[in-house]
Design a protein around this ligand. Structure first.
Ligand SMILES: Cc1cc2nc3c(=O)[nH]c(=O)nc-3n(C[C@H](O)[C@H](O)[C@H](O)COP(=O)(O)OP(=O)(O)OC[C@H]3O[C@@H](n4cnc5c(N)ncnc54)[C@H](O)[C@@H]3O)c2cc1C
Length: 395
């Protein structure tokens, strides 16, 4: 079975690895992606503080290790009836099954703010930090905009800024988080919210919940309910838009619906996973779980003896705090949640994927068994992927 995977990010790589594990040579896998490298984005929040760096991995070598091939091109349209995709260099590629994993596009959500969208934003954020340390910024507001479904990076930036200023002896810069959430990181449940409140309080970071940031002006942040909050500078998360791929139905924001096996309901043999889907939580761990469901379904269709396990979301977040990191776990739609300073999954990385996390840990040349869990806290704080890995399923 010819499986074409459009994309070279988290969902694409997880799907590639899951197909190799579940269907072996029943499938041939080709990735179509413009990227030369896979960029591990979550550590962008640590880079401005020199606590970790954004890791990159050569995409060809990752695919090679999984028995797949990469075509460095971009998909520009799909013809589901003919089971073909067209690429930017005007090739037509045929597939038996297609997995769309094109991610989402960050857009400015709070005009006038510094938008933190990942590795491309670390320079601007670093300059803001320097300006504050130099005395030309007296307050920074960290703004979670409406519709930001993965607010964790903003809390990390606020907490790491607080820790950095304390370390550097920077005084007199007020820090605050403004968010429409009912409670901080409410998606992880009450225990997590209480833990975040406590961490913010320790760093002297003010918190305004149920308040939606709208626009940053000269020295202020306009919010709803209507008010102007004092804000020397504002750092905001982006809102996300889907890729709007011609040939595939999408909603007004460009996102594609999927069923619990990752299938795009309106098309035959077309699957989608990750940030480009309509599922409201745009997060790497969720992207890998969607990719696993799609891969299992394709493997079963290819004749492999596997159960096509449906997508049942489990949310895992590793929060860098500037102190001991916190491991957060929740099952959306249930009361199941946990917060711990010890790893709740293994390897204890920031993007949890059944196949991707151990695969990347192995590429980093790390030992196969945990060297001693005492080391984990410090290592995770420095670089979430360098703690010793163990090949196996996440908890
Ligand atoms: C600052 C930051 C911190 C984060 N922290 C965490 C965290 O702690 N934990 C976590 O789980 N998640 C985190 N995330 C979210 C996580 O990175 C995303 O949810 C995840 O990368 C989504 O995976 P994806 O495969 O859907 O998209 P992506 O990883 O964005 O991959 C999309 C791929 O599609 C390719 N592509 C795009 N258009 C085309 C086209 N037309 N044809 C072919 N290829 C195309 C792109 O080049 C890319 O390779 C964070 C994100 C950011 C920005």
């Amino acid at each position: 079975m010819r499986v074409l995977i459009a994309g070279g990010g988290v969902a694409a790589l997880e799907a590639m690895l899951a197909l190799r594990a579940l269907a072996a040579d029943r499938v041939s896998v080709v990735l179509v992606a413009p990227d030369r490298e896979f960029v591990y984005r979550p550590l962008a929040v640590a880079e401005p503080f020199r606590l970790g760096e954004v890791r990159t991995f050569p995409l060809d070598r990752l695919a090679d290790a999984a028995g797949a091939r990469v075509l460095h091109d971009a998909v520009v349209s799909v013809d589901p009836d003919r089971h073909t995709v067209r690429t930017e260099s005007d090739d037509e590629l045929a597939y038996d099954a297609l997995i769309l994993a094109l991610g989402a596009r960050p857009r400015t959500a709070v005009p006038g703010a510094t938008t933190f969208a990942g590795p491309s934003s670390t320079g601007a954020f670093g300059e803001l930090l320097d300006a504050a340390v130099g005395g030309s910024v007296d307050s920074i507001v960290f703004a979670v905009p409406a519709g930001a479904t993965w607010p964790l990076p903003l809390y990390e930036l606020a907490l790491l800024t607080g820790a950095d200023f304390a370390d550097r002896g920077t005084r007199g810069v007020e820090l605050a988080v403004v968010t429409p959430e009912e409670a901080p990181l409410a998606l992880f449940g009450n225990e997590a919210s209480n833990a975040i409140r406590e961490l913010l309080a320790i760093r002297g970071i003010a918190l305004r919940t149920q308040t939606t940031p709208v626009e940053a002006g000269a020295g202020t942040l306009a919010v709803v309910p209507k008010e102007e909050i004092r804000a020397g500078r504002v750092v905001a998360l982006p809102r996300l838009e889907g890729p709007r791929l011609p040939g595939i139905w999408h909603d007004l924001n460009g996102f594609v619906p999927t069923d619990e096996h990752g299938r795009v309901p309106s098309e035959v043999d077309v699957y989608a996973a990750g940030d480009m889907t309509l599922f409201p939580l745009k997060q790497g761990g969720i992207a890998t779980q969607q990719a696993d469901a799609a891969a299992a379904s394709i493997a079963a269709a290819a004749g492999a003896e596997v159960e096509a396990a449906p997508f049942r979301p489990v949310l895992r977040g590793l929060l860098l705090t500037g102190m001991v990191p916190r491991f957060l776990r929740a099952e959306p739609g249930t009361a199941v949640s946990a917060v711990d300073t010890e790893p709740l999954w293994w390897p204890p990385g920031k993007i949890v994927g059944r196949y991707l996390a151990p695969f990347l840990a192995e590429r980093l040349g790390l030992p196969e068994t945990p060297a001693g869990r005492e080391g984990v806290r410090v290592e995770v704080a420095l670089d979430a992927q360098t703690a010793a890995p163990q090949v196996g399923s996440p908890a």
